[in-house]
Design a protein around this ligand. Sequence first.
Ligand code: 8YV
Length: 326
Amino acid sequence: MSTKPAILVARAVFPEVLQRLAQHFDVESNQDDVLYTAEELAQRLQGKVGVFTTGSERIGAALLAQCPDLRICANMAVGYNNFDLPAMTAAGIVATNTPDVLTETTADFGFALLMATARRMAESEHFLRAGLWTRWSYDMFAGAEVHGSTLGIIGMGRIGQGIARRGALGFGMKVIYSNRKPLDAATEAACQARFVSKTELLQTADHVVLVLPYSAEAHHTIGAAELAMMKPTATLVNIARGGIVDDAALAAALRNRTIAAAGIDVFEGEPSVHPDLLTVPNVVLTPHIASATIPTRLAMADLAADNLIGFLIHGKALTPLNAPAH
Ligand code: 8YV
């Protein structure tokens, strides 16, 4: 019988990461990538001391009560709204995430989505593919200016700061941001960003980008009232989490031209997408891929693995989210 500690890797992952984990652990993996139900996850966690999760595995009090051996959940994501952190701390379970390794890649994507949205890339490509392009015209798919415009960032953490730097230094944008609290002066200066209220941001930004973590308070940060505050020429990008935007209200605002366009990578109830978003033309839709480059996904998987090895073998997680007492 193996003397190695037993862990579960709950989703398919890079084979080299599995091999590295197998040097330290007795690994049960899910390379078929069939999503576990809550019951199946609890059953597979019997006898396991650690679990490698992604955003699709919910870890809460009911599950933890069924898994007495579990000591650590390592999420392959910087966001951790799939974790009930207070319940994990109360149960003595260490939670970890993957900060830093995805910051620049995710900021690249946020900026790409902003540009695709402002310059109507998806809408015009659909037009071309449909064989509707018969001649040039002076205002065909005229979009919004990016360079020199006002960029409003809601949620100024690491990724928000990366988007601010791209906008200010690369595109000469005026950057404003709203956040729980202002950044320190040095960080503000590096991002060339100015702290404003959410209302001022919504009323004055030409492009609004959402990069805040999901929490109950952040639910529907952007709903009908907020969309109505935005300029009719403005665009909205959500690379944060589904639920931060009221997707039904957004679809209505896009249809009524309350705002000009949106770029959305994360959805309420994803992978389901609100059917109205699928029928409005002025939206760029992507399937939660902001961190999706192979080097970044590998770095995320490696960090999640290193958290399991660090804690279970060497007694210390690298990027813990909590510090349970036992
Ligand atoms: C992940 C993300 O790909 O890191 C995050 O918070 O949203 C993405 O980078 C996704 O959560 C899967 O774990």
